[in-house]
Design a protein around this ligand. Structure first.
Ligand code: NOJ
Length: 558
């Protein structure tokens, strides 16, 4: 079965793990995580079942947006190590069967980037047109992305004598990809990192990146259509690597997301995060009702074969709830982040999953089981595998970007350096390293970490989850999500109970002819469908179950 899952489409059933080098492990005691520290922990990640690392920006930056304000696209932030350390890390990862992708942040640069410095100081500079300028910004500009910090997406620059566009912070001027020289620079830079062994990019803020093309394309026939540009980037990565990917951040309604796969040919973004499904998941969790997510999965467009959805329950940003109605968002806030200090930008929660679930590990495990059961590629944020919490005293999105917790001591084994120079304070209290750390969980078969290891293995042994098509099975309980995902002759049924009460379910899966049994993949126990092909079973509160469909002649290894 898995032999068909050829290696050039490795991403179809990858396990992606996102981390920021500066908060992962400090190898030299200077208080900042570094590439050598990450390299030391690649065996840990391989043991967890990670097959692709997504590195948050590690480039030189002005460090006013956690590295997303880049000052040099070709460098390594000196605090994290050297280009040599980077090459060692990539080589070691590859040796352990782990691919590496990194953030491609080309919607904007830092205002300290030499391009912007040149652009603002001279109207005739070749770099002036790398950015978007105006003497007279439009009357109805789009709202700023970070409304707590910015009141407009246009800021007047005294030195330049004009306004410049910035969809994010004012210190992050937007690049103007209508400029062909800039487009050349972007692919040259991508080629550089691919040549160093990277397997593609997580593309930051894709709709904003293409916006300048969209706006100007109507006026200038010579400009590529925005989607042609995205197609060119995917083709470039394909040419240079054969199997590299573009994993895109596109937080738009499903109808608009489809176009970013390249609707007809699947030749644009390789994968897109499912922001809509993620938000419906939280709405369902707040209600103890699986139907919002079931509806989202039913409405979700099937990506072209050469593309894939990426599933996640948390990431490094706020848990955005911007696609919910005001009332729905209020429900989720009330359930998982009632204190205004937990909320950001009026649209999201700066929290990690376990504290949001009141530390109820049954619920947390059910949600991660579901993450891996969803059709697509699961993406984890570092620390999720051990149940890390956020730091309640750190404001905004930084609350979830605290140092990784390796050991029970106060610094979490992150660094032997002085805590006051750590990039973020270590979590304290119930979710602090004393209670939540890798060392204690590693050899405990009942730990969350061991559970996650089993999940990644189970996910990898069910290639239909990455490759197949999925159907929501009808059954009587509104709290239960029953999915059957099939690919060729393989099929797996997954059941997840969103509620704190037990549920009796009866459903009728699609079964092959012959003598069929369902093997529960966690316990190895088997269920024989009734004569009419229906299956009945009971799920305990927040229970979950994965059932492989086989005929009685084949033996499942569970
Ligand atoms: C999206 C990233 O996910 C976010 O963390 C960052 O602040 C913005 N892009 C701006 O770069």
């Amino acid at each position: 079965m898995s032999a068909k899952a050829t290696s050039d489409v490795w991403w179809k059933n990858a396990v992606v793990y996102c981390l920021d080098v500066e908060t992962f492990l400090d190898s030299d005691g200077d208080g900042c995580g570094d590439l050598k520290g990450l390299t030391d922990r690649l065996d840990y990640l391989a043991g967890l079942g990670v097959s692709c690392l997504w590195l948050m920006p590690f480039y030189p930056s002005n460090d006013r947006d956690d590295g997303y304000d880049i000052t040099d696209f070709y460098g390594i932030d000196g605090r994290l190590g050297t280009p040599g350390d980077f090459a060692e890390m990539i080589r070691t990862a590859s040796d352990r069967g782990i691919r590496v992708v990194a953030d491609l942040v080309v919607n904007h640069t830092s205002d300290q980037h030499p391009w912007f410095q040149a652009a603002r100081s001279d109207r005739d500079s070749p770099y002036r047109d790398f950015y978007v300028w105006s003497d007279d910004p439009p009357d109805n500009p789009p709202a700023p992305t970070f409304p707590d910090q910015e009141t407009s997406v246009w800021t007047f620059d005294e030195q330049a004598g004009q306004y410049y566009l910035h969809r994010f912070y004012r210190h992050q001027p937007d690049l103007n990809v209508t400029n062909p020289k800039l487009r050349d620079e972007i692919v040259k830079m991508m080629g550089f990192w691919l040549q160093l062994g990277m397997s593609g990019f997580r593309v930051d803020a894709v709709p904003f990146l293409l916006e300048t093309l969209g706006v100007d394309a109507a006026e200038a026939d010579s400009l590529p259509d925005p989607h042609t540009y995205l197609r060119e980037l995917r083709a470039f990565v394909g040419r240079r690597t054969g199997d590299g990917i573009l994993l895109g951040e596109v937080n738009l309604p499903f109808e608009q997301q489809t176009a970013f796969f390249g609707s007809d040919y699947g030749d644009e973004l390789t994968m897109q995060f499912d922001f809509v499904g993620m938000q419906q998941l939280y709405l369902g969790l707040a209600r103890g009702d699986a139907r919002p997510l079931a509806a989202a999965l039913t409405a979700r467009p099937t990506p072209p074969d050469s593309c894939q959805w990426a599933s996640f329950v948390r990431n490094h940003d706020e848990l955005t709830l911007d696609k919910l109605s005001d009332d729905e968002r209020r429900e989720v806030f009330d359930a998982f982040g009632p204190d205004p200090s937990m909320q950001v930008f009026g649209r999201g929660l700066a929290r990690r999953l376990p504290p949001m679930m009141g530390g109820d590990e049954r619920r947390v495990r059910m949600i991660y089981s579901l993450l891996f059961a969803l059709p697509g590629t699961p993406v984890l944020f570092y620390g999720e595998e051990i149940g890390m919490g956020e730091h309640p005293d750190v404001s905004g999105r930084q609350a979830v970007r605290t140092p990784m917790q390796w050991t029970p001591d106060e610094s979490g084994g992150f660094s032997r350096g002085p805590a006051d120079v750590f990039p973020a304070p270590v979590v304290t209290g119930v979710f602090g390293p004393g209670n939540v750390n890798v060392a204690d969980q590693l050899n405990d078969p009942d730990s969350l970490l061991s559970f996650m290891q089993r999940l990644t293995r189970r996910y990898r042994s069910c290639p239909e989850l990455g490759w197949g098509s999925c159907e929501v099975l009808s059954q009587p309980s509104s709290a239960v999500l029953a999915l059957q995902t099939s690919w060729d002759d393989a099929s797996v049924i997954t059941l997840h109970n969103f509620a704190d009460v037990a549920a009796e379910v009866r459903f009728r899966p699609t079964l092959p002819p012959g003598d069929v049994i369902l093997t529960e993949l966690a316990s190895g126990s088997t269920i024989r469908p009734d004569r009419d092909g229906s299956v009945q079973l009971r799920l305990e509160p927040y229970d979950h179950s994965w059932l492989r469909v086989t005929d009685t002649s084949s033996r499942e290894i569970t």
